[in-house]
Ligand binder design. Sequence first.
Ligand code: SAH
Ligand code: SF4
Length: 391
Amino acid sequence: MTATAPITQDVVTIPRKMPEGTVNLVGLTRDAMRDALIAIGTPEKQAKMRVGQIWQWIYQWGVRDFAEMTNLAKDYRAKLAENFVIEIPEVVSKQVSEDGTRKYLVRIAGGHEVEVVYIPEEGRGTLCISSQVGCTLTCSFCHTGTQKLVRNLTAGEIIGQVMMARDDLGEWPKQGAPKDETRLLSNIVLMGMGEPLYNFENVRDAMKIAMDAEGIQLSRRRITLSTSGVVPEIARTAQEIGCQLAVSFHATTNETRNMLVPINKRWNIEELLAALKSYPKVSNSERITFEYVMLNGVNDTDDDARRLIKLIEGIPAKINLIPFNEWPGAPYKRSSNNRIRAFADIIYKAGYASPIRTPRGEDIMAACGQLKSATERERKSRRQIEADAGL
Ligand code: SAH
Ligand code: SF4
């Protein structure tokens, strides 16, 4: 670790404003829910069973009203309703792309907004969720990084994005209906706004809920967390979450990576690779995804491709090439298709899968690195319109 000043700023988690004493059950771990139930007078002996029942209503059946929890006594349901709420972020707008990609803008406590993207694919569907409003890191190619305001999302706001999408997709199972194995929402990627490993506990608690066998039931193999390289949290991710890991690699020399992903000044390529080496074993996962954004003339030469292969030697890896998604004022251009293909070819010949990520939902600005920025722009243009109209 080099002796530079920390790049992160402190970010705060502002709790939801609710009538005094009311607690949102969404996002609580099983243990925390148990404590909350005991605090309202649930006998300790029954608490674990009550958690199991309430958990299933919330996360298996998508129920938001205590009155519908019919296996609980009526007066107990009333008591729950007096003390607790079951709340998820509110959908402010929804856009559907020509290719079926859905982009939601959701509002969280304090009036902040984050974006969530649903990407339908053949036989599966991926939800790209956010972990922070904005991002404290300032990767030079990412528009989210130019946003000033940052706050951590609570675990409830993170899992709430998944619940919101299940609502919109109509995917809560019906009681008594045969179990449907094909899922519209089958995968989660933490690739929306924010650096998930700077909000570790909340991300962990939310993903534990997503994986819980009595609720949403997504296998840890279907959850991918993308990090810019917060080295000290990588081992913890393996131990405490155990999901798939993607890393925003993007460069093959420290000089270039310092410029593109400034967290590299704190933990450089060598330190990052050392942390990644033990990830698959500790988490019992298969391969690490190396994300690599293709920037014209910056990181896209044949030499870069060869250096990349050398660097990742010995790590079970997949390389995901992301054509740069341009945004107004961006200091880079997307590499040409020929350049991307030539780069991919070198990697493929070295024995690595190297899919080129097709940008989805381009017409609604839903692609990687464009999140929120579009909304910010819309706001600006609305303000502009108002100014032009002399309002
Ligand atoms: N903060 C995390 C996760 C969110 S970004 C991280 O950086 O890994 C998800 C992916 O999109 C990252 O690999 C990020 O580097 C990439 N990305 C950001 N801006 C982009 C852009 N304009 N075009 C293409 N990819 C971009
Ligand atoms: Fe933050 Fe990731 Fe964007 Fe970097 S690429 S600024 S870490 S969201």
